[in-house]
Design a protein around this ligand. Structure first.
Ligand SMILES: *Cc1c(COP(=O)(O)O)cnc(C)c1O
Length: 423
């Protein structure tokens, strides 16, 4: 019997083709070193909650005010998730219904801006997210997006530019946060600028929500109007999202999510979010969040020692952005070679990248997943060594070296089984 038949007997019987793919993915996730900073391994409990019969229920509306009957249990599930989110993040209000991070951000625009209004966020190639007003996104088509970046000399957010742009353009909404920011976000500095310019300030903490919950990154709470986050990155929950705020914005956000943008909430996801938030409230999650950062710092040091160029010179959080220009290997070629070596990363633009977004100069890595498996700072030299050897092999086309690394990776990964996966 394969692992998948054992784990998913009904699926294996009903649809062997699909079950085989799930089994293959389980093996891939077990045997490879996953360094994509937006990914993680959820616990078996989160996985179970997201596969329950809560799937079968329609629940348009909010607890106590639904458009369908039969909500005796669902109302309690959603209320649990909401109350846990409020406790973990220290906020007045939480909406746990957004389907994912992108629709959550769209709901924020719907709540606070009209089509054609000016909105502001970090430029995508600087480390921002598509939904922060970038041109190809609906948020950049339906609103007038103005974009800030990082300084070329430091790789840090240019607050002079942020302030100047905000006062000149008077955006309705300012987004801070992003997808490739290796440094602590100064929410207080953004808060001052937002107040001065009269904008609603949104902290999109999708990447760092788990670090905030675990006390390993400062909280945006006193400084921002709205917090938007996914639940599936460092927070280690199911694929989903939440919007949080002070009481004054509660109604606007709720109305924007439903009926503004969405229909029925995904109750099985809400349940899994509740489970993940319970996990995030435990002392062991504080240890996890701090270990993620300690691992990233140790990995950054080990990479610097091997001559790698890191944007901003290192990291304060879970993420490292590597500029491979000095190694003379383009990001995409390096990422594909690393994948063959069993090390999963993504190629990424670096600030002021002279190359194109689909073939950029960098790769982005992070430590949330490997920390979930129990790897600690003493393992980071080994990880840096594998990356170094694989990037070198990518440059010389040495496939044998990549195969050798893949075996070493699988060996170590077997010793550190991932949460939620069959052993
Ligand atoms: C991941 C991410 C999102 C989008 O989340 P999806 O669930 O992929 O839609 C939005 N903002 C930031 C900063 C992110 O990192």
């Amino acid at each position: 019997m394969t692992a998948s038949q054992h784990q998913h007997p009904a699926l294996a019987a009903a649809d062997p083709e699909l079950a085989a793919l799930v089994g293959a993915e389980e093996r891939l996730q077990a045997e490879t070193l996953r360094l994509i900073p937006s990914e993680n391994y959820v616990s078996a409990a989160v996985l179970e909650a997201s596969g329950t019969v809560l799937q079968n229920k329609y629940s348009e509306g909010y607890p106590g005010r639904r458009y369908y009957e039969g909500q005796q249990n669902i109302d309690q599930v959603e209320t649990l998730a909401v109350e846990r989110a409020k406790a973990v993040f220290g906020v007045d209000h939480a909406n746990v219904q957004p389907y994912s991070g992108s629709p959550a951000n769209l709901a924020v625009y719907l709540a606070f801006a009209e089509p054609g209004d000016t909105v502001m966020g970090m430029a995508l190639p600087m480390g921002g997210h598509l939904t922060h007003g970038w041109g190809v996104s609906a948020t950049g088509k339906w609103f007038r997006g103005v974009q800030y970046g990082v300084r070329q000399d430091t790789g840090l957010i240019d607050f002079d530019q942020v302030r100047e742009l905000a006062l000149k353009e008077r955006p309705k909404v300012i987004f801070c946060g992003g997808t490739a920011l290796p440094r602590t976000i100064d929410f207080a500095a953004f808060g001052e600028i937002a107040r001065e310019s009269g904008a609603v300030l949104v902290a999109d903490v999708a990447h760092i929500a788990g670090l905030i919950a675990g006390g390993a990154h400062p909280s945006p709470v006193p400084h921002v109007d709205v917090i938007s986050t996914t639940t599936h990155k460092t927070l280690r929950g199911p694929r989903g999202a939440m919007l949080m705020s002070r009481e004054e914005h509660a109604k606007a956000l709720d109305k924007a999510v439903f009926p503004g943008l969405q229909g029925g909430p995904h109750n099985q996801t809400t349940a899994a979010i509740a489970v993940a938030l319970r996990e995030a409230s435990q002392p062991s999650f504080r240890d996890y969040a701090h270990a993620v950062v300690a691992n990233a710092k140790a990995l950054a040091e080990a990479l610097l020692a091997r001559g790698f160029d890191l944007v901003s010179g290192g990291t304060d959080n879970h993420l490292i952005l590597m500029d491979l220009t000095p190694k003379q290997v383009p990001g995409k070629i390096a990422a594909k070679a690393l994948d063959r070596a069993g090390i999963v990363v993504n190629y990424n633009t670096v600030p002021y990248d002279p190359r194109k977004p689909f073939d950029p100069s960098g790769i982005r890595i992070g430590t949330p997943s490997l920390t979930s498996r129990g790897l600690r700072t003493e393992h980071m030299a080994t990880v840096a060594d594998w990356i170094d050897r694989a990037v070198a092999a990518a440059g010389t086309g040495d496939e044998q070296a990549l195969t050798a690394i893949r075996a070493e990776v699988a060996d170590l990964m077997t010793a550190f089984p991932a949460p939620g996966l069959p052993v």
